[in-house]
Design a protein around this ligand. Structure first.
Ligand code: SR1
Ligand code: MG
Length: 429
């Protein structure tokens, strides 16, 4: 049997010749590869991303590199992450529905590349929020996406053997989990070599957070949960840079960090990114034609998105609990089949309560790592005035600490959003 050719990174110049014979690509964009227009557009931390356009249309080619692009060849990373991304996309589409993730046209494991749908005129959600746009459907689409993928990938829905086999498959995504375990849960809380923060403005606050025993205990407890609670297939990197939007459409992309972990992780990471967008708005006021204060509507929109995302998640999760609970957990024979619907509702309330509490913890550490760790986000990074950026970041850091440490005592969306407003207006010591 022929061996698959060894991995070789694509370039703008080599892509047409190397992929010209891939039928799934040629049939979509046009067979004459000499006429393809190729652009490398990857601005993420890890991979190459090409947009390829031909006479019939366009497609995206995403290829993993054997190292972390953000850092360079000194940080090797397995190509197999592309395999996990492909398998996660397949499962997410099956669980959340067609049109929630990009359609996959072709997967080449040896070349670590996925050919997928070119989403246009979509933009990255993070960019849209920085620009002051208010895509109207994101809360509903993302609430549904999370409820459906997280419920249907768990023992609440899947047959026990199928889930355990899948868990074993994704357990090999260890290096990507290791990135999260280090960069999210540990590095922000000590002077790790690759950390950076806006200095000297944040120095005192950063020292305070690194000396904060309660915070560090919580961060390690959350890390333990992340590593040991293999509850469902999570996306694993569900931030606003992993979502593409138009006003009508929402797509979740980039699930290469997928693994079996806690349901609350995806929810917490997503809401953390909305809260960071909220705290960064002051830094984008006055941009272009806008005057100071012009981002008030954007702030209200973001708090509304947080409320709606959680409400839709909760409602859909509850609906699936009642209609699709076919796994080995909370067996219907213990509840509905013997007329005890209230018992099953009590169990549901408890599960949702646990997701809520853990979600707040994961959100808190995600906020911290984006300001103190290696991988920052554009919401804050694009604020050029460093004093203004630090002011926004400090509020977010304090809010993150509060929701992480006090998460058992925060009871609902009104309370959490009122807290966000108080931190934003500097009304909290
Ligand atoms: C070294 S990778 C840094 C970050 O980029 C990815 O998008 C993940 O969020 C990861 O933590
Ligand atoms: Mg990514």
């Amino acid at each position: 049997m022929d061996k698959a050719p060894a991995f070789q990174a694509l370039t703008v110049e080599t892509l047409p010749a190397r992929l010209g014979a891939v039928e799934a690509l040629a049939s979509r964009i046009g067979a004459d590869s000499s006429r393809w227009d190729v652009r490398e557009v990857g601005d993420g931390n890890l991979n190459l991303v090409f947009i390829v356009k031909g006479e019939k249309g366009g497609a995206v080619v995403k290829q993993a590199l054997p190292y972390v692009r953000l850092v360079g060849e000194s940080w090797p990373l397995p190509l197999k992450r592309s395999f996990f991304e492909y398998h996660a996309l397949v499962r997410q589409e099956a669980r959340a529905g067609e049109g929630t993730v990009p359609a996959i046209y072709h997967f080449d494991e040896a070349q670590a590349l996925i050919v997928m749908e070119y989403l246009t005129p979509h933009v990255i959600l993070r960019r849209a929020l920085i620009d002051g746009r208010m895509p109207p459907k994101i809360a509903r689409d993302l609430g549904l996406f999370m409820a459906r993928t997280l419920f249907r990938g768990s023992d609440l829905s899947m047959k026990a053997r199928a889930r355990k086999e899948d868990l074993a498959l994704f357990a090999a995504n260890a290096e990507l989990c290791d990135i999260t375990e280090s960069l999210v849960f540990t590095d922000p809380y000590y002077e790790a070599a690759m950390n950076r923060h806006t200095a000297p403005q944040l120095d005192a606050l950063v020292a305070e957070l690194r000396a904060d025993r309660d915070l560090k205990v919580e961060a390690q407890k959350l890390k333990h949960m992340f590593a040991a609670n293999a509850e469902t297939l999570v996306h694993g990197d569900l931030h606003s840079g992993s979502i593409m939007v138009t006003d009508e459409d929402t797509r979740v992309i980039d699930p290469e960090f997928a693994f079996y972990g806690p349901m609350a992780f995806d929810v917490g990471m997503l809401l953390a990114n909305f809260w960071m967008a909220y705290f960064s708005q002051a830094g984008h006021e006055g941009a272009g034609h806008e005057k100071a204060g012009d981002r008030e509507a954007q702030r209200a929109y973001l708090l509304g998105v947080i409320v709606e995302t959680w409400s839709v998640f909760r409602e859909e999760f509850s609906h699936l609990w009642r209609s699709e609970r076919t796994g080995m957990l909370y067996d219907r024979r213990l509840y509905e089949d013997r007329g005890d619907r209230l018992g099953s509702e009590q169990a549901l309330d408890r599960i949702l309560h646990d997701i809520w509490v853990d979600m707040l913890g994961f959100a808190g550490v995600e906020i911290h790592r984006r300001i103190l760790g290696l991988a920052h986000n554009a919401d804050f990074e694009t604020i050029e005035d460093e004093d203004l950026r630090a002011t926004c970041e400090a509020k977010a850091l304090k809010f993150g600490r509060h929701i992480c440490v006090n998460r058992e005592r925060i009871h609902g969306l009104d309370e959490i959003n009122a807290l966000a407003v108080r931190f934003e207006k500097d009304l909290v010591a």
